[in-house]
Design a protein around this ligand. Structure first.
Ligand code: OOG
Ligand code: NI
Length: 459
């Protein structure tokens, strides 16, 4: 069927519809987008070499559309249907994140495009968490919560029909795609009408704020959208000047010359008016869930690089813990910088030491002449270029920090892990893709193609 639109097109329609909706729902998000645009423009103007590199690697165009969002789901069935919904938009579950390490009763994946062309067109991702009622101590409350969740339907009937159509026909027509996006948006909309009474809300909230956030509403409201910046420290600094209160520290690695993985910061959740269910039209209250976040993405690390990252971050966190109100934030930052002196800060070294993933390409105009004896010779001669591969995924410790700060605390804590990937995949109805396989395949394939076109297949 040639009249089907590409899933990338549906994702782009959807991500821009989400952005418009969120801007209306959370005006501070619009302010943040403006700040990020100003910072990105200033960075590119001050660093023409970076601009050239991003342009050559096809990174510049997607910078403005780059966003991720997050939702929290209540049941296995919800996760199952959300997976089917995202598949229509070319987004698949990548990675398993165990947030119980931070004492949070959720585990998560990220729905995102996986192939290179799709990522280059629009990398929109949604960090998706499933609540784990089995980790609640109060079994009675857990059962009550499960009962409330069993009654709601988060995907509209029409969206379910269109999902089935897409599954059957391998896609949607343009008209169907537009209707699908409008229907899908309904799932992520904020509802100020709670489905529970103020009293039930309070009991859920006392058990865990996350539980109240997931269980008390009709659907999994999108809780943030995140633009990508080229200088997160400038955005962190610029937020208070525009009336936005950032969390105490930037999560992830410290500021470096050669950016690695992911750095993230957020502004605190808004207090929103809620109408609780009950007699006489219920009663008013408030709920805090929705916030804004900014990310700066660096190079993806190999298992060896990731092990070094985890080790240095662990050392930092054992040495200094940021308090609830952000106490000790500056000693934490100083410690982080000190620990990460052990992480090479040149892309060249990261490549030689196999700490990070690259994508290879032939230099414009490079010819295949005589055979060379090593890859280093080809790179040295300038015929072959290694571009850093952007890390497209998330980090569990950072994600926990973002969660915490929006649950009202900057406190850092470490708990025992209770990962259960098998249960998560059972609910999902599919296996999650192991993220590092994607980067290593891109590296291997790009190298093979470049060597082929340079006539150096013996390497
Ligand atoms: C998700 C928090 C994690 C990220 O970017 O790591 C996150 C949530 O609060 O639901 O968004
Ligand atoms: Ni996020």
């Amino acid at each position: 069927m040639s009249n089907l639109v590409h899933s990338d097109t549906i994702r782009t329609l959807f991500s821009s519809a989400m952005s418009d909706m969120y801007r209306k729902e959370v005006p501070q998000y619009g302010t943040l987008i403006d700040l990020v645009r100003d910072v990105n423009e200033a960075v590119l103007a001050a660093d023409p070499a970076l601009k050239t590199r991003l342009e050559a690697a096809d990174e510049l165009e997607r910078l403005d559309v780059e966003r991720h969002g997050a939702i929290r789901l209540g049941t296995a069935e919800e996760l199952f249907n959300i997976r089917r919904m995202f598949a229509v938009m070319g987004m698949f579950p990548v990675g398993y994140y165990d947030l119980s390490v931070a004492g949070l009763p959720v585990h998560s994946t990220a729905f995102r495009p996986v192939d290179e062309a799709a990522l280059a067109r629009n990398p929109f991702r949604v960090f998706t968490s499933l609540i784990r009622l089995e980790l609640l101590e109060d079994r009675g409350l857990a059962e009550e919560a499960a009962g409330i969740l069993a009654k709601r339907k988060i995907v509209t009937d029409r969206a379910l029909e269109l999902i089935a159509t897409a599954e059957k026909n391998g896609g949607l027509t343009e008209e169907q795609a537009r209707e699908f996006v409008a229907e899908a948006l309904e799932t992520f909309r904020w509802h100020s009408e709670a489905t529970v009474s103020a009293n039930t809300y309070k009991r859920l909230h006392d058990a865990h704020r996350l539980i109240a956030d997931v269980v008390s509403f009709r659907g999994p409201h999108i809780n943030h959208l995140t633009p990508r910046t080229l200088d997160i420290d400038a955005v962190q600094k610029g937020m208070p000047e525009r009336g936005i209160a950032p969390k105490a520290i930037v999560e992830g690695p410290p500021r470096r010359k050669a950016d690695i993985l992911l750095r993230q910061t957020s502004f605190k959740a808004l207090e929103e008016e809620v109408n609780f269910a009950g007699e006489n039209g219920g009663n008013q209250g408030t709920h805090t869930a929705r916030f804004g976040e900014i990310e700066q993405r660096g190079i993806a690390l190999t298992p060896k690089g990731r092990a070094l990252y985890d080790e240095l971050l662990g050392k930092t966190r054992r040495a200094v813990a940021v308090g609830r109100k952000g106490e000790d934030a500056s000693s934490y930052e100083a410690e982080l910088e000190k620990q990460f002196e052990a992480f090479p800060d040149e892309f060249e070294t990261l490549r030689r030491e196999k700490l990070a993933y690259f994508r290879y390409r032939v230099a414009p105009g490079a010819r295949s002449d005589k055979q060379v004896s090593s890859l280093e010779d080809l790179l040295g001669s300038g015929a072959l270029i290694a571009d850093p591969q952007v890390y497209e995924d998330f980090l569990p410790v950072s994600a926990a920090g973002i969660f915490q700060s929006n649950l009202g605390s900057d406190a850092q804590s470490n708990y025992l892990e209770k990962a259960n990937q098998a249960a998560f995949e059972e609910a999902l109805g599919a296996q999650v893709i192991y993220e590092l396989d994607l980067y290593s395949k891109t590296e291997a394939d790009s190298l093979k193609a470049a060597l082929m076109s340079l006539g150096q297949t013996h390497l």
